[in-house]
Write a protein that binds this ligand. Structure first.
Ligand SMILES: Nc1ncnc2c1ncn2[C@@H]1O[C@H](COP(=O)(O)OP(=O)(O)OP(=O)(O)O)[C@@H](O)[C@H]1O
Ligand SMILES: [Mg+2]
Length: 409
């Protein structure tokens, strides 16, 4: 049996996602004048077949174990189609999926009180998309970590609805990676202090369950008047989507995207090329400095703003190298000068990378060095201001940054 889902972008119907009898996907725009879903899928009347359409949609679903839990419980037919059918009214960016149309007239707000937050956090590993809740939100976010998202207004959390999509992502602790929240908070805040362009992140707790609350940069919420609380979605796509590849190609080691591929996306599609070339280099160097080997093609995105396409704020910045190799692979997501371990890199390898990307290597090196020259003292100041206990992971991260700035200088 074949099935169809209406695909909305920024609240307007943009096309139809189809699953055929062979469980293959295809996508057709309503018109060749609409805003496209992806730089890889320009608006046209001709239907996009599975090979071209499927990667965009697959990259909207959760990954790994979470994908499998969902697929087992909620799938008949194509797994991606079924997950988007069941959960796809609130995804990364401005895309949403409906069998009919959104219920934008329902004004009801369903508050999530602190005790409920604690319960959700406890259940999240087994119930990744909160399906055990009464009226669960239809929410699908990529990534392998346990997370959910909420609509936040006046310091209260609400379950998202068609009218009130989520504004904040909530990430919880993970037994495999001790102090993960402190780690991500510190790295994201350090990037903020270094003015790299990142969303606000706060460490919070519900009862005694810690979590981090990350502001969504792909949502804008009105702050006053009769429209107070109305959320506008801003479209984004990650670099796997922009490259037309599925999520298991997010690592270069798995035959997937490398830095040159990502650079070409910026070269071809950014309307803000010069700034974005520099921001991309800053992303690469910052990940090196903090020891984030997990900087893969789904951890960087393009934002489709009214003013054009540009690199989105950075997210998912954390140090993976503070964990021993038996817990996390220290192989880099994307190679630099053919090398796959940060520990083996010299400053000359970055010069080669800049040359390979067609940049003026000497100038870029100068820019990057001066950009990060104060990072150690800023990291120490930040660590003090955060008031974490002695022996915090921040100290391990600062030690890595110190070592790495010496290699670069
Ligand atoms: N602040 C944000 N605003 C909007 N979208 C975001 C934000 N942070 C993350 N995202 C989107 O949500 C997805 C998942 O987030 P994130 O990468 O932080 O999760 P993760 O589970 O830690 O990922 P990984 O599998 O790489 O460890 C991202 O790929 C991105 O599309
Ligand atoms: Mg991620």
């Amino acid at each position: 049996m074949s099935r169809e889902l209406n695909v909305y972008l920024c609240g307007n119907k943009t096309g139809v996602l189809r699953e055929n009898e062979l469980m293959q996907l295809s996508f057709q725009y309503c018109s060749d004048k609409v805003q496209p879903l992806s730089v890889r899928l320009p608006a046209r009347m001709e239907e996009y077949p599975n090979a071209l359409a499927a990667p965009f949609f697959e990259n909207l679903t959760p990954e790994g174990e979470i994908f499998e839990i969902l697929a087992k419980a909620h799938v008949s037919g194509n797994k991606v189609y079924s997950i988007l059918d069941r959960f796809g009214s609130d995804c990364a960016g401005a895309v949403a999926f409906y069998e009919t149309e959104p219920n934008a007239n329902d004004d009801t707000l369903h508050e999530i009180p602190t005790s409920k937050m604690a319960q959700i956090i406890d259940n999240l590993p087994q119930d990744p998309l909160l399906t055990s809740l009464k009226n669960p939100p239809r929410l699908s976010l990529a990534g392998a970590q346990s997370k959910f998202a909420v609509y936040k207004l006046d310091n209260r959390y609400y379950r998202s609805t068609d009218k009130y999509p989520t504004t904040h992502i909530i990430k919880i602790t993970n037994k495999r990676f001790p102090n993960l929240l402190e780690n991500e908070l510190f790295c994201m805040r350090l990037a903020q202090v270094m003015q790299l362009g990142v969303p606000d992140v706060e460490l919070k707790s519900a009862k005694d369950r810690q979590y981090i609350e990350i502001q969504r940069y792909d949502r804008k919420i009105n702050g006053n008047g009769v429209t107070c609380g109305i959320v506008h979605r801003i479209h984004q796509e990650d670099f796997c989507q922009a490259l037309g590849i599925v999520s298991n190609k997010k690592y270069q080691a798995g035959g997937g995207a490398g830095l040159k591929d990502c650079f070409k996306v910026i070269e071809e599609f950014s309307d803000n090329k010069l700034t974005d070339f520099t921001r991309f280099m800053e992303w690469i160097i910052f990940n090196y400095l903090i020891g984030n080997t997990d900087s893969h093609a789904k951890n960087i995105s393009l934002l489709h703003t009214n003013g054009g396409i540009k690199l989105a704020p950075f997210y998912d910045l954390l140090s993976t190298e503070i964990y021993p190799e038996k817990i996390v692979d220290h192989g880099m997501a994307m190679l630099i000068n053919g090398k796959g371990k940060y520990a083996s890199l010299k400053s000359a390898d970055f010069m080669v990378l800049f040359e390979q990307l067609g940049l003026n290597a000497t100038n870029m090196m100068k820019t990057v060095k001066s950009r990060f020259s104060g990072i150690v003292s800023k990291a120490k100041d930040l660590r003090r201001s955060l008031n974490f206990a002695d022996g915090s992971v921040c100290d391990d991260i600062i030690a890595i940054i110190k070592k790495r700035t010496n290699v670069l200088s």
